[in-house]
Design a protein around this ligand. Structure first.
Ligand code: ADP
Ligand code: MG
Length: 206
């Protein structure tokens, strides 16, 4: 893997819940620290599932972070000596995160973003599509489907709450493969025949 340390770069790690995005972010941060590069780690203040300040993975790996209310706070909090900016749960930020991340890369920072590519409805999550398109390097990783053990690309919400943001853990979400992901508990989405009529993307959401 090559990183453009001297020109700035944008790396995006994406995938469903439990796919190891936070572990991968922590791994990259630790390696940058071994290289004696000053790292600042940010997360949206909304994500306080395990800890108000730390970025914590589902396997309990943790690293100190700075929770911020909005994307522009990242620019405000930036220290002179920082070379690498890591942002976890980047999908929760407002659209300004795109400008912030682009600016950081243009100023020579290595920016590492980790976030959900899809929401629980399996629709692209907030700023993620744009971040993925602008990135120099993209890593899309899989979790393990809790039903069949296949690679999982989706996050199945187990409750019927309809809000997009519902923070929770194993009791609220499960990783699922395409075949075992269901849009709605009343809908046998998973069993649609492969030769179904091709619909425009805008109609695929329901
Ligand atoms: P993410 O940030 O993508 O939600 P984490 O890095 O926090 O993921 O956690 C990944 C870890 O979650 C794995 O290394 C594994 O220990 C654990 N885990 C729990 N359930 C699953 C699952 N269904 N598939 C894969 N890993 C799982
Ligand atoms: Mg995570």
């Amino acid at each position: 893997m090559t990183h453009q340390y001297f020109h700035g770069s944008i790396e995006v790690v994406c995938g469903p819940m439990f796919s190891g995005k936070t572990e991968e972010l922590i791994r990259r941060v630790k390696r940058a620290q071994i290289a004696k590069q000053r790292v600042q780690i940010f997360k949206p203040a909304i994500d306080v599932r395990y800890d108000v300040e730390d970025v914590v993975s589902h396997s309990s790996q943790a690293i100190k972070s700075e929770p911020v209310e909005s994307a522009v706070d990242i620019l405000i909090r930036l220290k002179d000596s920082t070379r690498v900016v890591a942002i976890d749960e980047v999908q929760f930020f407002d659209e300004n995160i795109i400008t912030v991340v682009t600016k950081l890369a243009a100023r020579g920072y290595r920016v590492i973003c980790a976030g959900l590519d899809l929401d629980f409805r399996a629709q692209p999550f907030g700023p993620m599509p744009t971040l993925l398109a602008l990135a120099d390097e993209v890593m899309k990783i899989h979790a393990i489907c809790t039903v069949c053990g296949a690679p999982a690309t989706r996050s199945q919400r187990l409750s019927s709450v309809k809000e997009r943001v519902l923070l929770g853990e194993t009791d609220a979400y499960e990783a699922r493969c395409r075949g075992h992901y269901q849009h709605d508990e009343n809908e046998e989405q998973a069993l649609l025949p492969l030769d179904e009529e091709i619909k425009p993307l805008s109609q695929l959401s329901n």
